[in-house]
Design a protein around this ligand. Structure first.
Ligand SMILES: [Zn+2]
Length: 347
């Protein structure tokens, strides 16, 4: 823990969690589609969706595992057709993130969800990129894009997707791996990740959300990723915990997602404190906030209330989010200085 952090009165902690500057490193932009926007886009584009009302759609968000969520998630994404749709989706997320004092974000997007429906890579990337540019100008929020491969599809599909993305290479900072984890280990994508590494992309992968610690090992040693998305199952493997701590491999943990998808029975049982205490570079993120009941500040305030974490943990989590990001050292320093200033005003 950082020694500069002074104690903060318990009743002021939620406000500190809300106001501290933070980076979000694990947000699927398609997972920020609120039911209201799904309905608005469905109407604008003349797309039929199998729900009659916003309430009916929202009430379908009772998931039992990752797959039950993915089924609804892909149905929701089907309303996205034009560049403006992708722009509007991202802009809605940025407005919410800025209110939560998110000052930097690295967005995941899933092009295969869209190209499989006949929407072009150009449409997807241009809409999202334009929203990133405007977020910086209008909200002071810096944002960049990480393209994810869907791991339930083949490595050949991933190679074809990479090929389609290369004309937009300058608009994509990294490559990730998401969708149904169990049965789709990281090593299934070893060749395409090796190619992405040659091309100079940053590399991340979902591992150890529902899948075993072995998937975290192969994400690190075969795919050679720089960050692990989720990674909460790592606590079942002491040697892996030592490796993650020694190499300061960031974990982008998503507490409300873990709760909604039944990875932990309740937030009080979440292992966030255990991961922090073991010296891991843990961060807090919202994953698919429209579906999992909360954006960044909800993840922080609910998790802290349930687990009894304190101000020094908040500082470590926010600082880790900047350290783990793919911005340069001088930008990290500016954000961490702002973070320290906010903590000073609360101590
Ligand atoms: Zn995720």
């Amino acid at each position: 823990m950082n020694p500069v952090v002074k104690p903060v009165a318990a009743h002021r902690l939620p406000e500190l969690l809300r106001q501290m500057p933070k980076a979000e490193l694990h947000i699927h932009i398609e997972g920020s589609l609120e039911p209201e926007l799904i309905f608005a886009l469905a109407q604008r584009n003349g797309v039929a969706i199998p729900y009659r009302t916003v309430e009916e759609l929202r009430s379908a968000y009772a998931f039992t595992n990752l797959q039950s969520f993915l089924d609804i998630y892909y149905a929701g994404a089907s309303v996205l057709l034009t560049e403006q749709d992708f722009y509007d989706m991202a802009q809605a997320y940025f407005a919410r993130a800025a209110k939560d004092h998110v000052v930097h974000t690295e967005l995941f997007f899933d092009p295969q969800t869209h190209t499989a429906r006949g929407v072009s890579m150009e449409t997807v990337v241009n809409g999202l990129h334009r929203a990133c540019v405007d977020a910086k100008a209008e909200l002071g929020l810096s944002a960049s894009l990480i393209m994810c491969f869907l791991r339930h599809l083949s490595e050949e599909d991933a190679f074809a997707t990479l090929e389609q993305a290369l004309p937009y290479r300058d608009r994509i900072i990294g490559i990730g791996l998401d969708s149904g984890e169990v049965g789709n280990p990281p090593e299934k994508f070893s060749r395409v990740f090796a190619r992405c590494r040659e091309l100079g992309f940053h590399l991340v992968a979902h591992a150890g959300e529902e899948g075993p610690p072995a998937y975290v090992w192969t994400a690190l040693d075969v795919l050679k990723v720089e960050r692990i998305d989720h990674g909460v199952q790592s606590s079942k493997d002491a040697a892996l915990m030592r490796r993650l701590a020694q190499d300061r491999i960031p974990l982008t943990v998503c507490p409300l997602s873990n709760l909604k998808l039944c990875v932990f029975p309740d937030l009080a049982s979440h292992n966030l404190r255990q991961l922090l205490d073991a010296g891991l570079a843990v961060t807090v993120n919202s994953d698919d906030p429209a579906y999992f009941g909360g954006y960044m500040n909800e993840n922080f305030t609910q998790t802290f209330a349930a687990t009894g974490l304190a101000a020094q943990h908040a500082y470590a989590l926010a600082r880790n989010s900047f350290e783990a990001s793919f911005i340069d050292a001088s930008e990290k320093r500016v954000f961490i200085d702002r973070l320290s200033q906010v903590f000073e005003t609360f101590s």
